[in-house]
Write a protein that binds this ligand. Structure first.
Ligand code: GTP
Ligand code: SPV
Ligand code: MN
Length: 599
């Protein structure tokens, strides 16, 4: 039975049924009863595996096709009527052509299968910043993940109302999981997403990257708000005040870790605490007081498993102890629990690796294999997180004091620096580049430009996106958040990270907060404000971060930066402007100014 009278929803769902021809249609109301039946069915058919219910209550395991383990950027399209509106960072195809081509693939794709109709809200239901989506899918795995990642079920339809047409239409079919026919397609002008032949994470949980970033960034430009690939955290200071910070790092570059940071002992003793509002996506809009407010549109964490352990990210690990779905990690057969690289020191002897082969985990890893896929993930409810912010469900969001950009940079970029102003900060965001990770298919460790950590997610022309950033800055005026850049990944000659990172990143947040409050001075350099000697607190890590190491961390190497700026000019000219990216003059001016300061 359908859960809404809204004719726009009913008409669209009917169209999708006519196209994909499912045997059965099930409307997802979000009740535990319905979800339990689906869990049971998925376990019975082998789509999912039930884990040890004493140690991991409510937890399920899922293995995807080995050809389907990450986002596929080369098969992701933005289909706008005019090619220029998609811009140089996106694959483009004419919408009519794409609808026609994909309709052939979807034709009968759900024959003999059940179509699940999933109503969901991105953002707390009833929040003025929230938006409704409907995803139809032939995958129970998608239903169960959407249940964790969004506010899913009948309430979302209540919020939409009986007449509104303002919902994002998402069509997903795993079809035959054929990588040659895999498409992740956004039609921003139609509020529509079509995804086919994948069953993995960011390709199929359509509320996440497809809606909350690609479609939402386009909506935000038209409606005066921002959709960003950012974590949101709150730092409670000893005086009780909570300062909120957002941070944009490319995929698998540390957002989940920073969002759930546990401060070093000294900070804890002084009364500092960190609260998580979000770990991947922020929707931000000016509030009544003129400040920028952020909500996390999601309701859970789709986090990178490898590297997560009690020490590196206690809060993330805790979040995965119940009602969590694990994808492509390894199974420890001795007790039917999960394992991944660095979870514990020793891999399980009796293991099933991520592709499903039973192996001796110790021997297998000694041969240089990993038991878990490097992009294996957990889907954990936000409410499980020990440090979830009391403001997590606040419909108004939280006021943002600072915005941080960052990426994986072995050299050049210092531990932290601050922009001179919003325009310069926008330039800094446009200049983010980072070594690639396993979160997307393709080579790993290659330096690439990833403006605002949004390269794969900007749903329109990147130049217009930068112009929108500049407009938002003008609107916010002196109430705009301060903008910073960080780099946790600087390396020595032997390729070792020279900054301890993780919890110790609190020391950098401390400097950032003091800069926002105007209580610490800074060194004015060609590229921005850099901490003065001694202003990054290293109490307790003096042995590791000696004054020499700190010099290296904060050093601005003139030659490297001259090269960096030359590369930025090449990037703007050749990769963006020459390919139809409409770069605002103000950003070219920033480039000129930095170049002049470096001389
Ligand atoms: P997405 O979910 O793909 O958007 O990724 P994310 O940005 O949330 O990345 P996440 O926090 O999951 O971190 C990915 C990897 O970076 C993990 O292997 C972490 O161990 C590593 N990492 C995170 N923070 C730090 C840090 O401060 N220093 C170092 N060296 N590694 C880090
Ligand atoms: C990312 O790749 O940035 C992720 C994982 O957060 S996915 O949902 O697959 O996009
Ligand atoms: Mn992400």
């Amino acid at each position: 039975m359908s859960l809404t009278k809204n004719p726009n929803v009913l008409k669209w769902v009917d169209e999708m049924i006519a196209l994909t021809k499912p045997e059965k249609v099930v409307w997802i109301d979000g009740s535990e009863e319905q979800l339990n039946a689906l869990r049971k069915e998925a376990v019975e058919t082998g789509e999912m595996i039930e884990l040890n219910q004493e140690k991991l209550p409510g937890c399920l395991y899922h293995r995807t096709n080995p050809n389907d383990v990450a986002r596929v950027e080369d098969r992701t399209f933005i289909c706008t009527r005019n090619k220029e509106d998609a811009g140089p960072t996106n694959n483009w195809c004419d919408p009519k052509e794409m609808y026609a081509k994909l309709s052939k693939l979807y034709d009968g794709a759900m024959k003999g299968r059940t179509m699940y109709v999933i109503p969901y809200s991105m953002g707390p239901i009833g929040s003025p910043l929230a938006k409704v989506g409907v995803e139809v899918t032939d995958s129970i795995y998608v239903v169960l993940n959407m249940n964790i990642m969004t506010r899913m079920g009948a309430d979302a339809f209540k919020n939409l109302g009986d007449t509104s047409d303002d919902f994002v239409r998402g069509l997903h079919s795993k079809a035959n999981v054929d990588p040659e026919q895999r498409y992740i397609v956004q039609f921003p002008e139609d509020n529509t997403i079509w995804s086919i032949n994948s069953a993995y994470g960011g390709n199929v949980l359509l509320g996440k990257k497809c809606f909350a970033l690609r479609i939402a960034s386009f909506q935000g430009k038209n409606e005066g708000w921002m959709a960003e690939h950012m974590l949101i955290l709150g730092v409670k200071k000893p005086d009780g005040e909570v300062k909120y910070i957002t941070a944009a790092f490319p995929s698998a570059c540390g957002k989940t870790n920073l969002a759930m940071l546990i401060p070093p002992e000294g900070y804890k003793k002084d009364g500092y605490e960190v609260f998580t509002v979000g770990d991947d996506i922020a929707w931000m809009k000016p509030g009544e007081d003129g400040r920028l407010y952020a909500i996390n549109p999601e309701n859970g964490f789709f986090g990178v498993a490898p590297g997560t352990n009690e020490k590196s990210n206690f809060n993330a690990l805790e979040s995965t102890k119940k009602n969590t779905i694990f994808t492509n990690v390894a199974i420890d057969n001795s007790d039917n629990t999960v394992w991944w690289e660095k979870l514990t020191k020793n891999p399980p002897v009796d293991a099933t690796e991520w592709k499903g082969a039973k192996v001796n985990g110790v021997e297998y890893t000694a041969q240089g294999n990993t038991l878990a896929h490097p992009n294996s993930r957990f889907t954990a409810p936000a409410e499980n997180c020990p440090c979830i912010s009391p403001e997590f469900n606040n419909p108004k969001g939280v006021p943002v004091s600072a915005i941080i950009f960052g990426g994986r940079r072995a050299s050049t970029t210092p531990l932290v620096y601050q922009s001179f102003d919003w325009v310069h900060g926008t330039y800094m965001g446009s200049a983010v580049s980072s070594e690639t990770t396993a979160a997307a298919t393709g080579a790993v460790g290659v330096l690439r430009h990833d403006p605002m950590a949004m390269k794969p997610f900007i749903g329109y022309n990147v130049g217009d996106y930068w112009a929108h950033w500049l407009e938002m800055g003008e609107k916010l005026g002196d109430k705009a958040p301060k903008i910073f850049n960080v780099n946790w990944f600087k390396q020595d000659e032997n390729g070792n990270f020279i900054w301890p990172g993780f919890g110790d990143n609190m020391r950098v947040l401390d400097w950032i907060i003091k800069r926002c409050e105007g209580t610490v001075d800074a060194e004015e350099t060609a590229i921005g404000y850099v901490p003065k000697k001694g202003d990054i607190n290293v109490d307790g890590i003096e042995d590791e971060v000696t004054p020499e190491v700190m010099d290296k961390l904060l050093n601005i190497d003139k030659d490297l930066w001259t090269k960096e700026i030359a590369e930025m000019r090449r990037y703007y000219n050749e990769d963006i402007a020459a390919k139809g990216g409409r770069i605002p003059q103000a950003l070219y001016d920033e480039l000129d100014k930095i170049e002049a300061r470096l001389k």
